[in-house]
Design a protein around this ligand. Structure first.
Ligand code: PMP
Length: 351
């Protein structure tokens, strides 16, 4: 801190991302990255773009990518917004689509960036308790609010909310924007994108960081009514005219074109998740039903912080949250079969 810091900066509580230690010799299962690489078509497309064109600004509207996403989801280009990771898309949503002066509702156990954005933009955060089984109680989302956001499936639990629940929340809130953060939807959840035609208050966000294995490229998107998208464009254009760099645009387009790679790798993650959940169950863990590329698990009689530390000594990194109610859980990203086997072998020396 220095005397040059404004009171605003002094009061900021920023998001702390999971650690990114050097990957060599580590089984890195802490930040929900995809253990399989991106499609080779993505790498080819980015390599082809590494030329003199880099001296030129990228397309201000990222039209090529928006067209591809619109085609992929069967919507109009005017219903698509893109940004540097869904984190940036979410920042614009909190900044300009949520009504300031009213509480924004989200689950009390959820993505920890939501309260950070509330702090950044001076919005009242109103966390709503999850049920005992970690599901969302849709009745909690019928009170007056300035906006609603939840991941589906939720993070860090992996627990999904069926579309009927989402519809109930949308119908109860015709005057506020409801954001469904589908960062993990491709691993077994149900996308709400089909509902955007019927609910002008629905915005669905997704990311290429997880199911398309492009966390390093930073591409996220939102799909919703054209009026909501236009509002996001206004905010973005008051902040940075170029949503994505040239490499991100061509890489992301290629990712959507390689449906075979996408299906093959996400199915492999889903299969590994089911096998890992069963193996953890055999070792005395309660594993929440996950629709994501991670599992959230607690051991019947072993302390989670101690297990996380013990795993670290075996070079296996998982995530542990020091938050009430979930501090006995470990969040374990699904790795390759070999990584999952290494995790289990390390656990077997600790249990
Ligand atoms: N939403 C949720 C629920 C997440 O877990 C994450 C990843 N940490 C994000 C959004 C942001 O992902 P990205 O910025 O990489 O698109």
């Amino acid at each position: 801190m220095s005397r040059f810091w404004s009171p605003f900066v002094k009061d900021l509580v920023p998001y702390v991302p999971g650690e990114q230690p050097k990957v060599e010799n580590l089984v890195k299962l802490n930040t929900n990255e995809n253990p399989y690489g991106p499609s080779p078509l993505v790498v080819d497309a980015i390599q082809a773009e590494l030329n003199d064109s880099l001296r030129l600004y990228p397309a201000p509207n990222a039209d090529a990518l928006k067209d591809e996403i619109a085609r992929y989801y069967g919507v109009q280009q005017s219903q698509v917004f893109v940004g540097n990771g869904s984190d940036e898309v979410l920042a614009h949503i909190f900044h300009g689509l949520f009504q300031h002066g009213k509480p924004v509702l989200f689950p009390d156990i959820t993505y920890s960036f939501y309260p950070v954005y509330c702090g950044l933009y001076g919005i009242e955060a109103a966390p709503q308790p999850l049920r005992d089984d970690f599901t969302i109680d849709t009745a909690d989302y019928a009170k007056p609010n300035g906006g609603i956001i939840f991941p589906n499936p939720n993070a860090p639990t992996g627990v999904g909310l069926p579309l009927a629940g989402i519809e109930a929340i949308l119908a109860a809130n015709p005057d506020s924007v409801v954001v469904v953060d589908e960062a993990y939807v491709d691993f077994g959840g149900e996308t709400a994108i089909a509902l955007v035609e019927r609910y002008p208050n629905l915005l669905v966000t997704q990311t290429l960081s997880k199911s398309r294995s492009l966390a390093g490229l930073r591409v996220g998107l939102a799909v919703g009514h054209a009026d909501l998208i236009e509002a996001l464009e206004r905010i973005k254009n008051s902040f940075n005219s170029y949503p994505l760099d040239r490499l991100a645009i061509v890489g992301a387009v290629a990712a959507f074109k390689d449906q075979g790679w996408f299906d093959q790798t996400r199915q492999a993650v889903i299969r590994s998740r089911e096998a890992l959940s069963a193996a953890l169950g055999e070792r005395g863990f309660e594993v929440l039903p996950s629709q994501a590329n991670f599992v959230f698990a607690r051991h019947g009689n072993r302390d989670a912080a101690g297990l996380a530390q013990g795993l670290r000594e075996h070079k296996v990194i998982v995530r542990h949250f020091k938050q009430p109610r979930i501090d006995q859980f470990l969040r374990i990203t699904i790795g390759t079969e070999a990584q999952n086997a290494a995790l289990l072998a390390a656990l077997d020396t600790l249990l």
